[in-house]
Design a protein around this ligand. Structure first.
Ligand SMILES: Nc1ncnc2c1ncn2[C@@H]1O[C@H](COP(=O)(O)OP(=O)(O)OP(=O)(O)O)[C@@H](O)[C@H]1O
Length: 462
């Protein structure tokens, strides 16, 4: 039998004694800490791998619970945290949920409340494990990362996502590549009534039509050459939960028609089968295409669009929320230095300024890659400008374009990228518009790493 391990941190000895008693009586393994510092020492020395839950008091004299929560989240440890708050301090409880706490309980609490919570956490942990196994098979990591931001622009989207999470409405998340669409979809699921059920995701652009169909609908034995056994599809696997359709704008008309039927009739027929199976799924979808335009052009079915797009969330690109760059960069710095067992605490002011003045066409995914690379290259305690490839291309945010004096090559790079994007990365057309030879364009694309920018920013447009 699996014995769950619970960490409890509170400066009130009475509470610790009470929790220790009821939890050990249930056969759980408990570790208690009377101060934030003691808890952090334990996590620092031994990590949280074999721990299932942290019960954490919000108010403590040495290190407050919110600060500990932030540190644990920033470190990338996968430890669900339940905050314990005093009666009446609801605002800090809500703040802690925003910062990634799993839940909160208000003191004094009956033991049923704690047991209920524990059951949820443990069940969720097992489900997440299953979930990530399945998702690994599909070649994508699970969306269990924490969401970091400080900007009001992102907060508006975040709050809206939490609001719609409670409803059963289907949601379309729009945004450039790498802006966090899948992360937001995961947030919606985790805060919905379906949170205890599965969250599965599939990239509709990455698979051929036949493969996408059999992944979604499953197939019976002998349905097509190579179908040697019966296989459940994601619709069946996600039953009761949420299915995230990434790059939904790339779905072919044939699959669109089949998906519409699933949403309307709440049933589907596996490939090669004759009997429909009923399903109850919430659909979340994302695309970096302009879906309205796709509908106008007749490439995306209007009826499916309306069914999926009950609510739309627009994720702003990183260049429009410059204040988020530093906290997110720091979050990745901690995550990667911990993973690579390095002790890199910060960026030099110049390095940070470079990160903040760059345009991030590949958004947060590009920032993540840049920081991962920097952590590999850094041997000292801080990341300097030398380790950041963006030093070659100090492209600023659009809004501040006119106030800054930037090198000519930065303007040239930006303009070439702009024309490339507008021409759908058609190099001959771009060269013509710019009035330069195709060879010259190729050279500049290489010099300014524009292929790299394009592959991170425009993958699916390709
Ligand atoms: N606010 C954030 N805080 C921390 N990490 C983030 C944030 N937003 C995005 N990320 C991370 O950035 C990476 C890209 O995010 P995600 O995959 O959700 O983007 P996407 O918009 O779905 O990308 P694509 O359009 O390419 O599918 C992921 O590793 C994700 O965890």
């Amino acid at each position: 039998m699996y014995k769950a391990r619970i960490l409890i941190c509170d400066d009130e000895v009475e509470i610790l004694r009470y929790l220790n008693k009821i939890l050990t009586a249930k056969g759980l393994s408990v570790e208690i800490f009377t101060s934030g510092a003691a808890l952090m020492r334990r996590l620092g020395n031994r990590g949280a791998d074999e721990c299932d839950l942290l019960l954490l008091d919000v108010k403590m004299p040495d290190l407050d619970g919110i600060e500990i929560l932030q540190r644990v989240k920033a470190s990338g440890m996968e430890l669900p945290i339940v905050m314990m708050t005093a009666f009446g301090s609801i605002s800090s409880a809500i703040e802690s949920i925003r910062l990634g706490a799993y839940d909160y309980v208000t003191k004094p609490f009956p033991k049923e409340k704690i047991f209920g919570l524990l059951e949820n956490v443990l069940e969720r942990k097992l489900l997440l494990k299953e979930n990530s196994n399945l998702k690994e098979e599909l070649g994508k990591p699970a969306a269990a990362d924490s969401i970091v931001f400080t900007s009001a622009t992102f907060r508006a989207v975040y709050d809206m996502a939490l609001k719609v999470a409670q409803s059963e409405a289907n949601v379309v998340v729009l945004g450039e590549s790498g802006t966090g669409k899948e992360l937001i979809a995961g947030l919606i699921h985790n805060n919905s009534l379906r949170a205890g059920k599965r969250f599965l995701s599939i990239n509709c652009a990455a698979l051929s039509d036949t493969l996408l169909e059999s992944q979604l609908f499953g197939h019976v034995r002998g349905a097509f050459t190579g179908a040697v056994s019966h296989q459940k599809g994601l619709l069946e696997e996600a039953n009761g939960g949420t299915l995230f359709l990434d790059e939904v704008g790339d779905m072919s008309p044939a699959i669109q028609a089949k998906l519409l039927r699933v949403i309307q009739e709440r049933d589907f027929i596996p490939v090669g089968d004759t009997r429909p199976k009923s399903v109850d799924i919430r659909f979340l979808a994302a695309t970096n295409k302009d879906l309205d335009e796709e509908v106008r052009q007749g490439r995306f079915r209007e009826d499916l669009f309306f069914r999926l797009n009950v609510i739309t969330l627009h994720l702003p690109p990183l260049r429009e929320r410059q204040e988020d760059i530093a906290p997110i960069a720091l979050h990745f710095l901690r995550k990667f230095s911990q993973r690579m067992k390095k002790n890199i605490a910060d960026f030099t002011p110049v390095a940070l300024q470079l990160l903040q003045s760059y345009g991030w066409p590949g958004n947060i995914r590009e920032l993540e890659n840049v920081i991962e690379r920097a952590v590999i290259l850094t041997s000292g305690p801080v990341v300097t400008a030398e380790e950041l490839p963006v030093w070659k291309r100090p492209v600023r945010s659009e809004a501040k374009q006119d106030d800054r004096l930037v090198p000519l090559e930065a303007v040239e790079r930006e303009h070439i990228l702009h024309v490339l994007k507008k021409s759908g990365y058609n190099k001959s057309r771009t060269a013509k518009i710019l009035g330069i030879a195709r060879r010259t364009l190729d050279r500049k694309i290489e010099e300014y790493d524009l292929d790299e920018a394009r592959s991170s920013a425009e993958e699916s447009e390709y």
